[in-house]
Design a protein around this ligand. Structure first.
Ligand code: FE2
Length: 424
């Protein structure tokens, strides 16, 4: 006897009329037109069932702090950093936990069931680290939270940051972070990449650095990140987040860089909502977009995910935990409008992000966790177009969120009673 049988589902790979059979929190079969006794049978009516959304890059220690202690009036990166500096001494563990748990509620309702969050370790109290480790424990039944020890003010530039970072790892933070472009010099940036990759190699940990989040085409720390990854045998275990300087780099240099990144099996995270709003701020016109070269990276065989980065915090006043909004922005900013590229944007907030995080049991195959989302859309492109409603969200076979079908009622003579925004 199955626990759940979903019938007549469309899958992201284009297969239709598919059934998904679930027992004991696992997918036990995925096949066309399956019939079997089950406690619950659900007709998906041809709608899309997707693996859960995954956010590869977030800052949960700052989220939902909008307005504390004041609002970012200019909306710039620099005022955001200043504001975060004002907020940090006022943070309490209790309030931080409460805000993070609230955000996780939003995430689950949006079918976002795995998040990699950076946590600032520059405060020697490690208050945010302890708070987010507590949040990680509490949300574990319904959301996978992976934490990165992030030295926001520079591991070399900020006194005590290396010691704090090591302590954070000792406490159970999962991933080694960094911010080489924020160190005092190019040489210190290089030294920080070497030091942090060696630390990760010693401890058998993954690496995820904020890297080259700059419009300066000469910010080339990603080259060193690829080099150290190769040297230390960390292939497939290292992520470069942002990499916005690549947008402005010389094309010839990029033609050398892309194969080095592919060779090191670096993962890349672009953060479209944040890159498009924070980069290019020193430009008059034309203004650069600032997002890294997503189609070219994918073309070179590099795994690219899209992250949300910020929701209602000192850097970004908007957002709701909707990874389809992130994919929608990424698609537009990178001009990824071909049929293949639009589907790649969906992958960037699902499978690619899961791969980067080394998530276990992710996917819609036999043996995977029964974690998936029923969307009010028929395929990934329609899901992005509509930022589709999440009708039902399951985690390991358990229903964790539901939203009613959205349909507008129309009061126009001679026209249909309802509007569903679907073209079919
Ligand atoms: Fe970030």
């Amino acid at each position: 006897m199955l626990d759940l049988l979903i019938q007549n589902a469309s899958l992201p790979d284009g297969r239709g009329d598919m059934s998904i059979a679930v027992r004991d929190g696992k997918i036990v079969e995925v096949a066309a037109g399956l019939e079997a006794p089950a406690r619950e049978v659900l007709d998906a009516q041809g709608l899309l069932v997707s693996p859960p959304f995954v956010d590869a890059h977030f800052h949960m220690d700052a989220t939902l702090s909008y307005g504390l202690p004041r609002v970012n009036q200019s909306g710039t990166l620099l005022e955001g950093i200043a504001l975060w500096g004002e907020l940090k001494p006022l943070l309490t563990q209790e309030a931080l936990i409460e805000r993070a748990l609230n955000y996780c509620d939003w995430a689950v309702a949006k079918g976002l069931l795995a998040i990699r969050s950076h946590v600032d370790i520059c405060d020697p109290r490690l208050l945010a680290v302890e708070a987010l480790l507590e949040v990680k424990r509490r949300v574990a039944p319904y959301l996978d939270l992976q934490l990165v020890a992030f030295p926001q003010d520079g591991v070399l530039r900020s006194p005590g940051a290396l010691e704090n970072l090591t302590r954070a790892l000792d406490l159970g933070v999962d991933v080694v972070g960094g911010i080489p472009h924020f160190e005092r010099s190019m040489a210190d940036g290089t030294a920080s990449v070497k030091l942090l990759c060696e630390l990760a190699a010693e401890r058998g940990l993954l690496v995820d650095m904020h890297c080259d989040e700059s419009d300066d085409p000469l910010s080339r720390h990603v080259e060193m990140l690829a080099f150290e990854t190769q040297r230390l045998g960390l292939q497939g275990r290292v992520t470069g987040s942002h990499l916005t300087s690549m947008h402005s780099m010389d094309n010839y240099y990029v033609s050398k860089l892309l194969p080095l990144m592919a060779e090191a099996r670096l993962h890349v995270v672009a953060n479209p909502l944040i890159n498009i709003t924070l980069q290019g701020r020193h430009d008059s016109y034309p203004k650069r977009r600032g997002m890294t070269r997503v189609p070219e990276l994918l073309g070179a065989g590099v795994n690219v995910a899209f992250g949300h980065d910020c929701v209602m915090d000192p850097w970004y006043s908007l957002g709701s935990g909707d990874m389809l909004e992130v994919a929608h922005m990424g698609l537009h900013v990178a001009q990824m409008t071909s049929q293949v590229a639009m589907r790649q944007c969906f992958d960037a907030v699902t499978g690619n992000a899961a791969k980067l995080m080394h998530l276990q049991g992710y996917g819609l195959e036999t043996g995977c966790d029964a974690s998936f989302v029923l969307l009010q859309a028929r395929d990934p492109v329609e899901a992005i177009r509509l930022r589709a409603n999440r009708l039902k969200v399951w985690k390991k076979g358990r229903l964790v969120a539901e939203t009613a079908q959205i349909k507008a009622k129309l009061h126009v003579k001679g026209r249909p009673d309802t509007v569903g925004f679907s073209h079919s």
